[in-house]
Design a protein around this ligand. Structure first.
Ligand code: MGD
Ligand code: MGD
Ligand code: SF4
Ligand code: MO
Length: 685
């Protein structure tokens, strides 16, 4: 039997998936050839969903910490004890003493019911802000009024394509066929990234900026366009606000100065300016990497300004494509959460550690859902200390994660293949896909909503959490239904397109206060920022023997979700340039230590040519040694929103004698069961 469902992972692509089921077990997962965008193939992460479903170490029963051991308990016992504590804390400290820390480990719509539970308590403290993309979203809100992307099929209309800080062939694989089609039709490709990517071989122009300096790069290119007159004067006059102010500021960005800031030669800078100024149209595909710096939001504004002033906004084959927030207009998650009724205190995901330690009322109970915060939040050692200070900690997950290791209860939730739901992502294409339940839940796993409904039963509001699923789906789909996208249609067709514009801003009516594209934004100014895009230098400056440490998303797995990954190397691999290798005496394949004043990590060196020479790459999500990558990063804030700037990080590197014991995969296994201490020390400050 084939069952159609979808991939729930936090990803650009939102694939629809065909699951082959035999005797009640999933035997194969394939891509759905009928999905217009994801077209029948899955990435490694999607294909491995079945391995995660059947992973032998998946947690299938409620677990309770008793002393330094985990004990299996019944759902009734776990829910009775936890709801008792909730009742007590509500009476003694009030609802703000309960912290709900969550993220997007699974992106299906009914996950919103977990928030509903906390809001029905009167409110709670919850994590907000982003480790991911908020500075860029805010930047595009200032410029356009909202971040919007073109339909994927529109890319073929582009004559130039700039892939700017997006690791497209790895993180957004289903864009690749559209890109290939456009390149085969003659489009020129520019790649802007300090690190090598699989696209580099096809690029007409490769730009390797010093990490965190893309804002200066874009403003430098825009200055050349200004001086050469390579501008769209009609757009500037009729459809934009504040150009003169931005244009005047560009005097500071002459090619020599920009070259000194960015390490990009004046000739390459001119080639970039020439592409934007003299090729029409140019599509800019932004990733998230370049906004995880102190000036990240301003960087996105500078790139928006470059593309807008040279005439690439609101035209087929153009756009500065970062996210597709127009989709939020068609799905009403607030109807599920009841957010507006609640009294919510907020802590930022990125720097919640200090907020927890300073909290009044103090946090008494921590609930963690859909995140492995202790591997993913920068300065993980500080967060671990803060979490450990909380008297009662409950983690809802499928695995004994680094975060679950320090909990008092681990409650097992279902896997997406065991759930009925629907899913969409506001990162890229506008399709919503229905998840049919493929198999029965393993063990005693329950959907998140049902776990919290069980607590609500005991606290006297179970009826508010238990409606037929169709009722929840209809509430969420109410705005889409006005456009004919009903639950019945979604169920029948499986995948449905939301009516977002294929070419945003074609009518030149922007969602900013002026209705124009805003080079100078009063909203940015009111939020305490420069009205125009500025270059904000990074704070941890590489130089001498200190290297930029970039910790991008892993090739083979999703964030930290790799407990099922085959052939996981026992130590993480750090890619260094030949220049760094020569300078530090590192051989390809040698063991090394990587350290800064926050932590130290043992790595295996891979010498990789082609990137910015002073940059080290280490995939994020690692937690095999007890230490995580994010013990090295800093919990600092980017300029806009509540976004972290975790790529603003430097480290040193030094070879180790081969006789040094390399931790085996077994060490990772032991550390992640929470039985042993750290295999390798985290020198937490
Ligand atoms: N395989 C895989 N795919 C994923 C994920 C995963 O974990 N694994 N995670 C998903 C999630 S949650 C997200 S948010 C997306 C992220 O998707 P992407 O934005 O494509 O990926 P990132 O790894 O966040 O970083 C993007 C790129 O930014 C580059 N970069 C870093 N600093 C700079 C800079 O200063 N300037 C420029 N120009 N580039 C810079 C990095 O080298 C990297 O190639 O991917 C999703 N897809
Ligand atoms: N250094 C560095 N740090 C980063 C990044 C980086 O590039 N570099 N990227 C950042 C980005 S873009 C992101 S999005 C974050 C991601 O941060 P997280 O969302 O914390 O990352 P994941 O490792 O995907 O953890 C999700 C957890 O949810 C669990 N889970 C899966 N499905 C469900 C479910 O249905 N219910 C529940 N309750 N749990 C479920 C998984 O088993 C997993 O443990 O990391 C950020 N951290
Ligand atoms: S992780 Fe992304 S690309 Fe991979 S199968 Fe899931 S939605 Fe598709
Ligand atoms: Mo993300």
């Amino acid at each position: 039997m084939m069952v159609k469902t979808a991939c729930p992972l936090d990803c650009w692509d939102t694939c629809s998936v065909l699951a082959e089921v035999r005797n009640g077990k999933v035997t194969a997962l394939t891509g759905d050839p009928n999905h217009p965008i994801t077209q029948g193939f899955l990435c490694t992460r999607g294909r491995r969903l079945a391995e995660r479903l059947y992973a032998p170490h998946r947690v299938l029963h409620p677990m309770k910490r008793v002393g330094d051991r985990w004990e299996r308990v019944s759902w009734a016992q776990a829910l009775d004890e936890i709801s008792g504590e909730i009742r007590r804390v509500l009476e003694t400290h009030g609802h703000h003493a309960i912290l709900h820390a969550y993220d997007w480990g699974s992106g299906t719509v009914l996950k919103a019911l977990v928030q509903r539970f906390f809001y029905l308590l009167g409110g709670c403290t919850e994590t907000v802000g982003s480790l991911c993309w908020e500075a860029g979203l805010e930047a595009q809100r200032y410029d356009f009024g909202q971040a919007r992307s073109h339909a994927p099929e529109d890319l073929v209309n582009a004559s130039g394509i700039v892939v700017w800080g997006r690791n497209l062939p790895v993180t957004n694989v289903h864009m690749t066929p559209f890109l290939k089609r456009a390149l085969n039709a003659g489009a020129r490709l520019v790649v802007v990234n300090p690190l090598p990517t699989d696209l580099d071989g096809r690029a007409d122009l490769l730009i390797r900026p010093r990490p965190g300096t893309d804002g200066a790069l874009a403003l430098g290119a825009l200055r050349i366009c200004r001086d050469e007159g390579w501008l769209d004067h009609v757009f500037l006059r009729d459809h934009s606000l504040g150009w003169d102010r931005l244009a005047a500021s560009l005097d500071a960005f002459d090619p020599e100065t920009v070259s000194a800031i960015t390490d990009v030669s004046p000739e390459t800078l001119r080639a970039l300016a020439h592409l934007y100024g003299c090729t029409r149209p140019v599509a800019t595909l932004l990733g998230l990497g370049m906004q995880r710096y102190p000036g990240g939001g301003n960087t996105v504004r500078a790139i928006d300004a470059l593309a807008a002033a040279t005439g690439h906004v609101g035209v087929p084959g153009g756009g500065v494509q970062y996210a597709n927030r127009a989709m939020t207009e068609y799905i009403d998650e607030d109807a599920l959460t009841l957010r507006s009724r609640a009294d919510v205190r907020t802590f930022a995901r990125g720097w919640q550690a200090q907020e927890i330690l300073d909290a009044d009322p103090p946090i008494q109970i921590l609930f963690v859902t859909r995140t492995n915060a202790l591997t993913q939040v920068p300065d993980a050692a500080a967060l671990e200390r803060a979490y450990r200070s909380i008297p009662l900690k409950i983690v809802v997950d499928q695995f004994m994660t680094k975060t679950a290791e320090i909990a008092d209860y681990l409650l097992p939730c279902t896997h997406a293949l065991e759930e009925e739901d629907f899913v969409y992502s506001t990162m890229w294409h506008p399709y919503v896909t229905y998840l049919n339940r493929v198999v029965e839940p393993r063990g005693e796993a329950r959907p998140d909503w049902e776990i919290f409904a069980g607590l609500a039963d005991r606290l006297g509001f179970g009826h508010e959490m238990r409606k037929p699923l169709d009722e929840w789906f209809r509430l969420a789909l109410a705005p889409a239904a006005k456009h004919g996208i009903t639950l019945e249609r979604l169920r029948a067709e499986g995948t449905v397109k939301l009516p977002t514009p294929d070419v945003p801003w074609r009518d030149r009516r922007f969602l900013t206060p002026s209705g124009k594209f805003e080079f100078a934004s009063s909203v940015a100014e009111a939020d305490g920022h420069s009205a125009i895009a500025a270059h904000i230098p990074r704070r941890e400056m590489p130089g001498g023997r200190e290297y930029s440490l970039i910790t991008p998303h892993p090739r083979l797995w999703q964030n930290s979700q790799h407990r099922d990954a085959p052939n996981l190397p026992a130590v993480p691999v750090a890619e260094v340039s030949p220049e760094t290798a020569a300078r530090e005496g590192l051989r390809d394949g040698c063991l090394a230590r990587l350290w800064n004043d926050r932590a130290e990590l043992r790595v295996r060196i891979r010498v990789k040519p082609g990137g910015h020479p002073g940059t080290i790459r280490l995939e994020s999500g690692w937690w095999g040694q007890g230490v995580t990558i994010n013990h090295l990063t800093r919990a600092v804030r980017a300029d806009f929103g509540q976004q972290t700037a975790q790529y603003d990080c430097v480290c040193r590197v030094e070879g180790l004698p081969e006789s040094d014991r390399e931790p085996s995969v077994g060490d990772g296994e032991v550390a992640s069961q929470g039985i042993a201490g750290d295999a390798v020390t985290a020198r937490a400050k």
